[in-house]
Design a binder for this molecule. Structure first.
Ligand SMILES: [Zn+2]
Length: 434
């Protein structure tokens, strides 16, 4: 039954899109490539960079105002565009180390302002009023940490309201009663789509805002808007879209803002192996414009919420940054005997311009897991620099081709017997010989 309904809906949506010469996701992608103003990897964007971007938006006529201050006394800004009756509130970087959507919002506003002579943008301007707070947590951004300067997770402060940032977000909602909220975050790069090795590059959640998960009109509309975004993003990252865990949390802003009367869509940006952060900025830009456009031309009304409902949930623990397969490990501090095991290594989240520390995550039979990068090292003896390979250690490993005559007990092992390869902190200082 579900599938019988699905197909005609997709078809009619597609036909309508063609019939009205609507902007397609591919158009949004192409226009972002040409016109985006963000020119720093989002994780490297500091508060001062945000201020520069906002100055640029002001210069082209956008309304940018200071709406509050962080605990550390940094100004928090809101950008506004459009004059329509449908009110959209978007906020990003409530968690300081979750930066992608901040850049996407800036690109979106610059694009809308510069293209307001185009018919479809004119219609957007007349139909919608969009307000956005890019970087709700500037103190956390400066520290590249999740929390604010009080060390409180703002997204667990919706009820207690002990943070100035949380109080500001509530006030911005309560003073304006927006029709839709977009809560913009990042998730871990190893989050997967269900129990698969596919990275969840974007995950969505239409927040119900009640413990029972009951739907109302706004929630169902948001599921349809999610379906529109899924259809758009499928053209770029098919198989890499997940559904975020929908368990209700009365301390979280997504749930409470929905409960207060503004149904929220959560967008979580993960990663896509082999693509850089700007690709993720573009995906958000495409998702935002697809969503806003579908509200304006009412094509969202024809979208099928089942497309959202049947999205696999996010999962974790299926994927590692690196797996070294069939390693012959010699813990020379203990013994010169080798044993065979797989080794997985993960990297922590850091700014793009910083080295991400890595840690050995597992040692043993990892045949049921996948690595973003995998290496068959069965032809080598692996020697941990410390003499004993341990879960939690940094994973600095020397490789010696099997068959080489090595005295593992030599006090100057590495000098006397230079290794054939050297892996350290997620990088091959000396690559594996072919
Ligand atoms: Zn977050």
């Amino acid at each position: 039954m579900k599938f019988a309904l699905l197909i005609p809906t997709i078809c009619s949506f597609f036909l309508i899109s063609i019939g009205t010469h609507a902007q397609t996701p591919k158009d949004f992608s192409a226009v972002w490539e040409k016109q985006h103003i963000s020119n720093i990897f989002p994780s490297n964007v500091r508060y001062k960079d945000l201020q520069k971007y906002l100055e640029d938006l002001k210069k082209i006529g956008l309304k940018v105002e200071e709406v509050g201050k962080s605990y550390g006394n940094l100004e928090i800004y809101q950008v506004e565009w459009g004059t329509g009756r449908t009110r959209i509130l978007m906020w990003s970087q409530m968690h300081g180390d979750e930066p992608t959507a901040t850049s996407s919002l800036l690109d979106m506003f610059a694009f809308l302002q510069k293209n307001r002579d185009k018919d479809w943008v004119k219609k957007l301007q007349k139909t919608l009023t969009i307000r956005a707070v890019p970087m709700l947590n500037p103190d956390g951004t400066e520290l590249f940490g999740r929390r604010n300067l009080q060390s409180i997770d703002i997204n667990r402060d919706a009820r207690a309201l002990e943070t100035p940032e949380g109080r500001l977000l509530k006030k911005l909602r309560d003073d304006w009663s927006p029709d839709i909220g977009f809560n913009l975050h990042n998730q871990g790069s190893l989050t997967t789509v269900g129990n698969t090795p596919q990275q969840a590059t974007i995950s969505l959640l239409a927040v119900s805002g009640n413990a029972e998960g009951n739907s109302n009109d706004g929630h169902t509309r948001n599921k349809r808007i999610c379906a529109v975004m899924i259809a758009a993003l499928n053209q770029f990252i098919k198989g890499h879209i997940g559904r975020y865990d929908d368990s209700y949390n009365p301390r979280a802003f997504g749930d409470m803002i929905s409960a207060w009367g503004t149904p929220v869509i959560l967008i979580e940006t993960g990663a896509f192996h082999g693509k850089d952060e700007m690709f993720l900025v573009k995906l958000n830009f495409i998702a935002f414009l697809s969503a806003l456009h579908s509200i304006t031309d009412e094509s969202e009304k024809k979208a099928n919420p089942n497309i959202y409902d049947t999205l696999p949930f996010n999962d974790s623990g299926n994927l590692y940054n690196f797996i070294l397969r069939r390693a012959n490990i010699i813990n020379f501090a203990e013994t010169t005997e080798s044993f065979t095991a797989d080794i997985s290594i993960n990297a922590e989240r850091r700014r793009a311009n910083e080295n991400a520390p890595t840690f050995i995550q597992e040692i043993g039979d990892l045949s049921i897991y996948a690595g973003l990068e995998e290496f068959d090292v069965s032809d080598f003896f692996l020697i941990p620099k410390t003499g004993l390979l341990k879960v939690g250690a940094s994973g600095e490993i020397l490789f010696y081709k099997k068959g080489r005559k090595i005295d593992w007990k030599d006090a100057n092992l590495t000098e006397k017997f230079p290794p054939d390869a050297h892996f350290s902190n997620g990088k091959w200082l000396k690559p594996l010989p072919k």
